[in-house]
Design a protein around this ligand. Structure first.
Ligand SMILES: Nc1ncnc2c1ncn2[C@@H]1O[C@H](COP(=O)(O)OP(=O)(O)OP(=O)(O)O)[C@@H](O)[C@H]1O
Length: 238
C-alpha cells in the first residue's frame, strides 16, 4: 500500500463540520426526516443507526448534496449549501464524497476501472497527466493491480469494484466521506481492507467520516459516537 495522502495545509478549527440542520424530507405524502440535525466534525467518525426505513440513506443523500431537503439546510464548515449536484460550486461539492452499498449500481458499466476512478477529475477538466498519476496512486492505495484497471465492471468481482468506487470517492481528497453500508456486500478480508484504507485516509486528511452499517460489531469498532435516527418522525405530510 502506498503512503496515505498528504494532509491539506488548511488549518482545522472546531467549527469545521458537515452539518445537516433541522432537515426535513418528504417523499410524496410520507415525511421521512422531520427536523433532523446531525453533524460530522473533521477527524471524527460518526455511526448512524436506526431501523430499516427510518431515513438513514436519505440523510446521507442530503449530506452528500445529492438530494435537496424540503426544509432545513446543509452547511460545510459554516458555508451554507443551497443547491444540489452540479448546481453547487465544484470547490464545495468535492469536499464531500459518498460510498454506497452496491458498487454495480454506482458504476457506469461502459467504463474501465481506470476511467471510473478518473471520472470525477475529468468532469472538472483536470490535466490528463495529473489524472493518470492520481489514478495510479489510488489504485495502489486500494489494492487494485494494473490488469484489473483495464477491465470493465462486468469483468471484476463486487469487492474489486467497490475498491474502485472507494478510489473514485477519494479522488478529490474529500474532507468528509459518507459510507452507506459500503462494506455490507464484501467478504471479511475485503471489508477489513476497505475499512483500513478509509481509516488511514481519515487520519492523513483529518477527514470526517459518517458510517451506516447494520453490523453492530463493526459500528462499535469504527465509530467515535453513534447517532440513532430511530426518533425521526415518519408521518403523513402536513
Ligand atoms: N426516492 C424515493 N421515493 C419514495 N420513497 C422513498 C425514496 N427513497 C426512500 N424512500 C422511502 O423513504 C423511507 C426511508 O428510506 P431510506 O432508504 O432513507 O431508509 P434507511 O433507513 O436507509 O433504510 P435501510 O436501513 O433499509 O437502508 C423508506 O420508507 C423508503 O421507502
Amino acid at each position: 500500500m502506498s503512503p496515505p495522502d498528504p494532509p491539506r495545509s488548511r488549518p482545522v478549527t472546531s467549527s469545521q463540520q458537515l452539518l445537516a440542520d433541522e432537515v426535513r424530507v418528504a417523499y410524496d405524502r410520507q415525511v421521512v426526516l422531520d427536523g433532523v440535525t446531525l453533524s460530522v466534525a473533521r477527524g471524527e467518525t460518526v455511526g448512524l443507526c436506526g431501523p430499516s426505513g427510518c431515513g438513514k440513506s436519505t440523510l446521507v443523500r442530503v449530506l452528500a448534496l445529492l438530494h435537496r431537503p424540503d426544509g432545513g439546510r446543509v452547511s460545510i464548515d459554516g458555508t451554507p449549501v443551497t443547491g444540489v449536484r452540479y448546481a453547487v460550486l465544484v470547490g464545495l461539492r468535492t469536499r464531500v464524497a459518498v460510498l454506497f452499498q452496491s458498487p454495480r449500481a454506482a458504476a457506469d458499466p461502459r467504463l474501465s476501472l481506470t476511467d471510473l476512478i478518473a471520472e470525477p477529475l475529468r468532469a472538472v477538466r483536470a490535466p490528463e497527466p495529473g489524472v493518470r498519476e492520481r489514478v495510479a496512486e489510488l489504485a495502489d492505495l486500494v489494492g487494485l493491480t494494473p490488469d484489473l484497471l483495464t477491465r470493465r465492471p462486468h469483468a471484476v468481482s463486487d469487492g474489486q469494484l467497490q475498491r474502485a468506487c472507494l478510489a473514485r470517492a477519494l479522488v478529490h481528497r474529500p474532507d468528509y466521506l459518507l459510507c452507506d453500508e459500503a462494506t455490507a456486500m464484501l467478504d471479511a478480508s475485503t471489508q477489513a481492507h476497505v475499512a483500513a484504507v478509509i481509516a488511514d485516509y481519515q487520519r492523513a486528511q483529518n477527514a470526517g467520516v459518517l458510517v451506516i452499517t447494520h453490523d453492530e460489531a463493526l459500528m462499535e469498532r469504527w465509530a467515535d459516537r453513534i447517532v440513532d435516527l430511530a426518533g425521526a418522525v415518519t408521518a403523513p405530510a402536513r
